[in-house]
Design a protein around this ligand. Structure first.
Ligand code: SF4
Length: 231
């Protein structure tokens, strides 16, 4: 069976670094270095909530509209009316629910951390994850995306793409936890590695390992895939 470290090397060699998660700097989407400032870290949190059940291109439109309508910072999201937020994030789908989730998260950070997101992120991973999961609209995948890409802490993100690929490679994929533990126990505990690996799996799923019919020809893992036809 292909080892996770071998798969990573093959994917990286074939697709190159993905530099995920993008942040906006000087009005330009930047795919390098990840979030640095408080504002950029908040942007990743907002993106992680908005990307639930929708394509990233729709999230980008919603993020741009939030900025345009001045419903952007933690304070402005916390105090904006739900109607205003809904209007700004309409392109991301499920906009009524997501407006509530964003508002609740912003109000929570404002009330408990004086709107300082880094203060919230200063706690250990377990406590931070527990707290994130207590917020409405934040499930394991969103919480782990925030921990990995915004807080810059090592927690492997599992999404539907990851589990689909794992199923086809013969890797554990029955539950979120099982898949997460598989990666975390087979990889060095490195933030950049976890970030890049997740992004490479997303790329693989979109380019080759499609839901209905995988396009195995020229897939970087084709030679080592133990169940290429078990879709
Ligand atoms: S060889 Fe086919 S089934 Fe295996 S990972 Fe690649 S696309 Fe998916």
């Amino acid at each position: 069976m292909l080892k996770p470290t071998q798969a990573y090397c093959l994917l990286l060699k074939s697709f190159g670094p993905q530099g995920w998660w993008p942040v906006t700097r000087n009005g330009i989407t930047e795919h390098r270095g990840g979030p640095k400032s408080e504002g950029e870290k908040w942007e990743v949190v907002v993106g992680a909530i908005l990307t639930q059940n929708t394509a990233w291109t729709n999230v980008e439109k919603a993020l741009a509209e939030m900025r345009k309508q001045n419903s952007w910072s933690i304070e402005s999201v916390a105090t904006a009316t739900e109607k205003k937020l809904e209007k700004a994030i309409r392109s991301a789908g499920y906009f009524r629910q997501k407006a509530k989730y964003l508002k609740e998260t912003a109000k929570y950070i404002q009330k408990n951390y004086g709107s300082k997101i880094e203060k919230m992120f200063s706690q250990p991973i377990g406590a931070l994850r527990y707290e994130l999961l207590s917020l409405k609209g934040i499930g394991p995948e969103t919480a782990d995306s925030i921990i990995l890409y915004s807080a810059n802490k090592p927690r492997f993100v599992v999404d539907a793409y990851t589990r689909r690929i794992c199923g086809r490679l013969g890797w554990p994929h029955s539950t979120y936890k099982e898949t997460q533990e598989f990666f975390e126990s087979n990889l060095p505990e490195e933030v950049k590695l976890y970030q890049e690996y997740h992004a490479l799996l997303v790329k693989l799923a979109k380019r080759h390992c499609l839901k209905r019919e995988p396009l195995c020809e020229n897939c970087p893992l084709e030679k080592n895939c133990s169940r290429p036809n078990d879709a």
